[in-house]
Design a binder for this molecule. Structure first.
Ligand code: PLP
Length: 472
């Protein structure tokens, strides 16, 4: 070999050495994430300014990269793994999940076909069946892993459109002056990903009908049925309802059983979005939240939200996988295989061909904690949520804004929006906690979700102290 020829990759010895150092770095970081301000304090553009404008022409040492991670990247990180991250929905990239990610990167397999890694396909099928059992969902629900709930809901809506009996959408498309004006129904509190999915499948914003919620922010089934009947009489073609178990703002629970009755009556596809709250259904005492979901056509929940699995991992279930397959299956010559129907080729069940080996990390999470371990942790988060709500209720300056069936509490200062915004900004500026907001009945509302494995009662008490002090 000539002297000038570059080494093809880092040597295994060098990888081992740096691997140990990187694992040490991660262990130190996650051992004490509270050393950092939760919310990044950098100004827009500050990371750009510290990076060279053009790529290095010559190899650089790993030491230099690790140095830049500490100096440039870390200040620009908002620490989602911080135990006092109480914004959006709190998540956890647990250690077993991180080890699973490492293996996934090492295998670097592409799970498009069963034969492109049988273990990929069968592990995905298997762990999604475990999760199905943990959630108490019916046996006929077939699981598919996608990256996010947004992608899962996109596939749900595409399958719902494919299922419309009088059209053959994957073959003929829907276009032209005689095209039916499709309508999809969801509550005013559904996640924006439902709207985006509807826009992506060509419904347009006008094809999305927002149904009113009641005083508890739950979809009103009477309004739903009224809207469907009105649309039918005006020549629209209702085809799908998306219900939410655990809405994003307040974690309210739509009455899925009553919505399922309506879907049955009008022959509409029922999709249930339980991206965050679905995890709670692994508790026997919380299983009721999925009542009615056994009658859904599709369902999504995200282990990367509240089941301690690193982003990304969204679990999608479909009662009618044949329809999902019809919507997305297309096999070019070079991907034809002899296995036929004996196996699952996951490329048939979605828009993407190439797929990451995501199930390995969830497999490791479930095995490391065990179902009972996962249950204990979620139960504790729900207890902490109730404890936090009791602090808010005891302070007359504040009011609770919505029921809190899970681990997320919505509250506000009994004052104007500007005072509430100041409270949020002041609390976040301490670097000790990160809280975010929503609007409920047009009033700025603070959300306080608990969902990180490292969050203890001490962190919740500390956060309340910060919030009280920030209230002035
Ligand atoms: N559905 C609900 C109810 C959510 O709360 C969220 C995000 O918080 C989503 C969907 C979107 O999740 P993802 O980021 O996985 O697309």
């Amino acid at each position: 070999m000539s002297e000038s020829r570059p080494t093809p990759d880092m040597s295994p010895e060098e990888f081992r050495e740096w691997g140990h150092k990187f694992v040490d770095w991660v262990a130190d970081y996650l051992g004490h994430p509270e050393r950092y301000p939760v919310l990044s304090r950098v100004e827009p553009g500050s990371i750009h300014r510290q990076l060279p404008p053009s790529p290095p022409q010559k190899p650089e040492p790993i030491e230099a990269m690790l140095h830049d991670i500490d100096k440039i990247v870390m200040p620009g990180i908002t620490h989602w793994n911080h135990p006092a991250f109480f914004a959006y929905f709190a998540v956890t990239g647990s250690f077993p999940g991180i080890l699973g990610e490492l293996l996934s990167a090492a295998f670097n397999v592409n799970g498009m076909l069963w034969r492109t890694s049988p273990a990929f396909t069968e592990l995905e099928e298997h762990v999604l069946d475990w999760l199905r059992q943990m959630l108490g969902l019916p046996k006929e629900f077939m699981g598919v892993v996608y990256d996010t709930a947004s992608t899962s809901t996109f596939h749900a809506l595409a399958a719902a459109r494919e299922a419309i009996p009088e059209y053959n959408v994957s073959e003929e498309g829907i276009a032209g002056p005689d095209a039916p004006r499709l309508r999809m129904y969801t509550s005013t509190h559904a996640h924006s990903s439902v709207d985006k999915a509807a826009m992506a499948i060509g419904l347009g914003r006008r094809g999305i009908v927002k149904i009113d919620v009641d005083g508890k922010f739950q979809m009103d089934p009477h309004s739903l049925e009224t809207a469907i009947k009105k649309d039918q009489s005006e020549g629209y073609r209702p085809f799908c309802v998306t219900a939410t178990v655990g809405t994003t703002s307040t974690t309210s629970i739509d009455p899925v059983s009553r919505i399922a009755d309506i879907c049955e009556k009008y022959k509409l596809w029922l999709h249930v979005d339980a991206a965050y709250a679905g995890a709670a259904a692994i508790l026997p005492e919380m299983r009721w939240i999925l009542n009615g979901t056994e009658r859904a056509d599709s369902f999504v929940m995200n282990p990367h939200k509240w089941l301690f699995t690193p982003i990304d991992f969204s679990a999608f279930y479909c009662r009618r996988p044949d329809v999902l397959k019809r919507a997305f299956s297309l096999t070019p010559e070079y991907l034809k295989t002899a296995e036929g129907d004996k196996v699952t080729n996951y490329m048939d069940y979605g828009i993407q061909l190439g797929r990451r080996f995501r199930s390995i990390k969830f497999w490791m999470v479930v095995r490391y904690f065990g179902v009972e371990g996962l249950q204990e942790r979620i139960r504790e988060h729900i207890r902490l949520g109730k404890l936090f709500a009791s602090f808010v209720e005891a302070d007359k300056r504040f009011e609770i804004m919505a029921p809190y069936p899970f681990s997320t509490v919505c509250f506000r200062l009994r004052s104007d929006d500007a005072s509430n915004q100041r409270l949020i900004d002041k609390s976040n500026a301490t670097g000790k906690i990160f809280i975010s907001h929503t609007k409920l009945n047009d009033r700025l509302t603070i959300r306080f979700p608990i969902g990180n494995l490292r969050t203890t009662e001490e962190h919740v008490r500390m956060a309340w102290d910060v919030i009280q002090k920030s209230a002035g």
